[in-house]
Design a protein around this ligand. Structure first.
Ligand code: F0G
Length: 356
């Protein structure tokens, strides 16, 4: 088998690239689609998890970033900028440095996970912590890109959405057709927009016989699409989706309505329960925001709104190691600390509950 060549080379026929596009890739895409046995049992459905944390920088953003950076370089850009809750900045920094260009990132001060911050630093980005939230950062990034020679690589950049649509292609390539439902967490709503586009394009090209219903879930404290108006002070422990005014608002509503889908909200407690369930039962460790889609499925199943036996794909967007603090607590909220033992088999066996 030929090795995976990254999403641009794998899906060039569906992307706006040519021989003159300098492909900047870190081998993104080709992520596992895992049949989740435990989730399937409790949801009474056939559930597959698209594990986007397996991308080179640990999130789905790499699919869009390979396109955005390649096109930026094609157009002669020497510097890129983005606003980010962390994952976009990690990805932009990595791809920009691989392309030999400069990357500036604007993050909300105090509200990004340490793993993501360390990535932006490691990849040499120029990092500013803005005294504001993500929405303020995006406004600022847009202004800078308008007035200075720096190229914006947030998902308002159409190349980002183009690259991210390849997630839907991979699902169809593996399952042989589109699922009944595709579920995912929603912040700025770029990924929901991208998957819906991917499913439609694949169906139009005859690669699938149908398109799925698109289900998106926001955190309850940051759910403008559910409220129907922007949220000025969005709040959730899922910092990746702490967004009050999604850039792809109208596209998200269109994806929901055209697909016969649903956009709902899940509480932080529901997110953390789903987060724990995924890691402790199905063996998949994600960051909290990534569990919002799974939390949403639990809620709809409890309310009898998840058709029994449906084929469901849920995208988990980022790796658990991005923001590991949430795993280091027990279900009752106490800190999970390992028991200390001497170098002694009897003591270790006793603590482990092992009997000879
Ligand atoms: N999950 C994770 C882990 C994310 O980082 C994001 C967005 C989303 C879900 C939501 O995706 O915005 O396309 O609806 N993170 C952005 C960032 C905002 O800056 O990294 P969306």
């Amino acid at each position: 088998a030929t090795p995976w060549r990254g999403v641009i080379n794998e899906y060039a026929d569906f992307l706006d690239v040519s021989d003159s596009t300098p492909v900047v890739t870190l081998g993104e895409g080709g992520t596992p689609l895992v049949h989740a046995k435990h989730l399937s049992r409790i949801l009474e459905a056939e559930v597959y998890v698209k594990v986007e944390g397996m991308n080179p920088t640990g999130s789905f953003k790499d699919r869009g970033m390979t396109m955005a950076i390649s096109k930026a370089v094609e157009h002669g850009a020497k510097a890129v900028i983005c606003a980010s809750t962390g994952n976009t900045s990690a990805s932009a920094a990595a791809y920009a440095t691989a392309a030999g260009i400069t990357c500036a990132v604007l993050v909300p001060d105090g509200n990004i996970a340490m793993g993501k911050l360390s990535q932006a630093v490691a990849h040499g980005a120029k990092l500013l912590a803005v005294d504001g939230n993500f929405d303020d950062c995006l406004t600022l990034a847009r202004k800078l890109a308008e007035s200075y020679p720096v190229h914006l690589v947030n998902s308002v950049n159409p190349d980002r959405i183009e690259g991210q649509k390849t997630g839907a292609f991979e699902v169809v390539d593996v399952l042989g057709d589109a699922p009944d439902i595709h579920c995912l967490p929603v912040g700025n709503a770029g990924n929901l927009t991208a998957y819906w586009r991917g499913y439609r394009e694949y169906a139009a090209a005859g690669r699938s016989t149908k398109t799925p219903a698109m289900w998106g879930f926001q955190a309850a404290g940051a759910a403008p699409l559910v409220a129907g108006h922007p949220i000025t002070e969005p709040d959730t422990i899922a910092t990746a989706i702490r967004i009050g005014n999604p850039a792809s608002w109208s596209q998200a509503i269109a994806a929901r309505d055209e697909s016969g889908g649903f956009i709902g909200a899940v509480s932080d407690d529901e997110i953390l329960i789903a987060h724990r369930m995924l890691s402790s039962r199905d063996g998949i460790f994600v960051e909290p925001a990534s569990a919002a889609g799974v939390a949403g499925l639990f809620g709809r199943h409890e309310r009898g709104e998840l058709p029994r036996g449906a084929k469901v794909v849920v995208t988990v967007t980022g790796h658990g190691l991005k923001d590991p603090q949430w795993a280091l607590r027990n279900a009752d909220g106490t800190e999970a600390v390992p028991v200390k033992v001497p170098v002694d088999a009897m003591s270790a066996a006793h603590e482990l509950g092992l009997e000879a």
